[in-house]
Design a protein. Structure first.
Length: 338
């Protein structure tokens, strides 16, 4: 039989285009890599999140990408956070055991516990960030990611403000400044934290949290929290950033206080290092929004490093005296240093 020259069989992924005026002659043309052939003469686009099968007959869902718990990224940040939690619990245990000693009392036991609770939450938030996104988990992230920082820096701010007021009041008169009792300090700290809680609740009301499918290109499908794509997580960080700036200003104002007078020097180290960490975090966060694992890793590491800086700068000097030099942990030594 002679070979047909006007009606060749079309290959996989090709549709027919009939020659004008003819019902039996056609040309074959290629559909794109994102189209299927439902009728022999028409190509149809697959919706976002779907790609054609090998025969280009049906659209198949693209496997979702998100942070997996067994990935190296997740294992690395969870290991780091677990170590941080263990160290934090150890510090809490030491402070509770030696709660009646002068060093612990002088550092403000109540605010120290609040600060340690905030540091613990900073490490714990990592285990929430690496979970498979869902509406509930995204809501917990929106509330928790800013709250843990607020607890930490509200305690630091309350401590630094107390130091500044005591020092300034002592320079003017012998009258004791108001609102420096443990109860007052807790109320002030709680008031600062409540602003973040109210702000986050309003934000979640206007922009309810949700998990969504994100497609940086037609070949990829990511399951992410909506707030991580439009960078509105930075809204959660806005208030903590203000607290960080205020704490840094207070650290500068109290830098000339005698070293033995209080812990202002260590607060200064904490805030200067924290500012450097956050200046590095912001550009990294915005440039990794298309990479789920790197984006989550960046945020988790920044949160954990900030907590680690605060933990070591604020509590290492106290643990050094409590555990290694208990002979210095006496009231007479502290009184003389004042």
């Amino acid at each position: 039989m002679p070979e047909s020259v006007c009606s060749p069989p079309c290959l996989t992924g090709q549709a027919k285009k009939y020659v004008e005026g003819s019902k039996c002659c056609w040309h074959c043309f290629n559909c794109t890599k994102y189209q299927i052939i439902q009728h022999e003469t028409t190509c149809y686009d697959c919706p976002l999140g779907y790609l054609p099968n090998t025969e280009h007959t049906i659209c198949e869902m693209i496997p979702l990408q998100y942070m997996r718990l067994d990935s190296y990224w997740a294992i690395g940040i969870m290991a780091f956070s677990t170590l941080g939690i263990i160290i934090t619990l150890f510090v809490i245990a030491v402070f509770f055991k030696y709660r009646e000693t002068p060093v612990v009392k002088a550092s403000g036991r109540e605010l120290s516990y609040v600060l340690l609770a905030g540091i613990f939450l900073c490490y714990a938030i990592t285990f929430l960030l690496v979970q498979k996104p869902s509406d509930i988990k995204c809501g917990a992230q929106k509330m928790g990611i800013g709250l843990c920082f607020t607890i930490v820096y509200s305690a630091v701010l309350t401590k630094t403000n107390r130091i500044d007021r005591i020092f300034r009041s002592g320079a003017r008169s012998t009258k004791k400044p108001s609102f420096i009792s443990p109860k007052s300090q807790l109320l002030i700290c709680g008031g600062i934290i409540s602003i973040q809680v109210l702000f986050s609740a309003m934000w979640m009301g206007f922009r309810p949290p949700r998990a969504m499918h994100y497609h940086p290109n037609p070949d990829e499908s990511h399951l992410v929290c909506a707030a991580s794509i439009d960078a509105t997580y930075m809204v959660a960080f806005a208030y903590p950033m203000i607290l960080i700036l205020i704490c840094t200003v207070y650290a500068i104002l109290t830098r000339k206080i005698p070293e033995a007078f209080n812990e202002s020097k260590f607060i200064g180290f904490t805030m200067y290092t924290t500012c450097i960490v956050w200046l590095a975090f912001i550009p990294l966060y915005f440039t990794t929004t298309d990479h789920d694992e790197i984006n989550v890793f960046t945020m988790s590491v920044t949160v954990s490093i900030s907590a680690t800086v605060t933990l070591f700068c604020m509590f290492t000097p106290k643990l050094y005296i409590i555990l290694l030099h208990p002979e210095k942990n006496v009231r007479t030594t502290i009184d003389e240093s004042k």
